[in-house]
Design a protein around this ligand. Structure first.
Ligand SMILES: [Ca+2]
Ligand SMILES: [Ca+2]
Length: 166
């Protein structure tokens, strides 16, 4: 009886280890990491909020995590070891009305190399999902640029910004 109990216990542990090996690894959210503000304009970047301190909302969709910034702002973060991709929803926060002249370009620079550059995104544009390979990157810079026409109304969201393993 004692031996059977041990065997069942060992089988149970093996089953748990096996299942957890099959589950996808948890994402690491940008807003849970140490983020350095390299430069910012108009107001401090906000963690898990828009740059005005409201909920992160793009195209009427709400996002719990991320960073709200004002162009031109540059954030710096170290890619967590073993994580291969940066994923985010980008756009102009809904606190800026669609008829205001917001225009933002989102750029990712990894170890000095441009990895991603969005088109110029405006307040009426829908949220966009980006997936960028950062498997060889140590230092990632997230830059919100002014779209070439100055920073007026440029409230930019890096919504749900996170690192994943693929
Ligand atoms: Ca909008
Ligand atoms: Ca602009």
């Amino acid at each position: 009886m004692g031996a059977l109990r041990w065997i069942l216990a060992i089988l149970g542990v093996l089953a748990i280890v096996g299942v957890s090996a099959l589950l996808p690894p948890r994402p690491v959210y940008l807003s849970d990491l140490k983020v350095e503000v390299v430069r910012y304009y108009w107001a401090n970047p906000q963690r898990n909020a828009s740059v005005d301190g409201n909920s992160l909302i793009i195209g009427e969709k709400w996002y719990e995590k991320g960073y709200g910034v004002h162009a031109e702002t540059e954030l710096k973060v170290l890619v967590p070891p073993g994580y291969t991709h940066f994923v985010s929803i980008i756009g102009v926060d809904d606190e800026i009305k669609d008829d205001l002249p917001a225009s933002v370009q989102f750029q990712l620079v990894g170890d000095g190399v441009i990895l991603f550059e969005s088109p110029v995104i405006r307040a009426a544009d829908a949220p966009r999902r980006i997936v960028v390979d950062v498997s060889d990157v140590e230092e990632l810079h997230l830059i919100a640029k002014d779209g070439g026409d100055g920073p007026n109304s440029d409230h930019a969201d890096w919504a749900n910004a996170r690192f994943i393993k693929r």
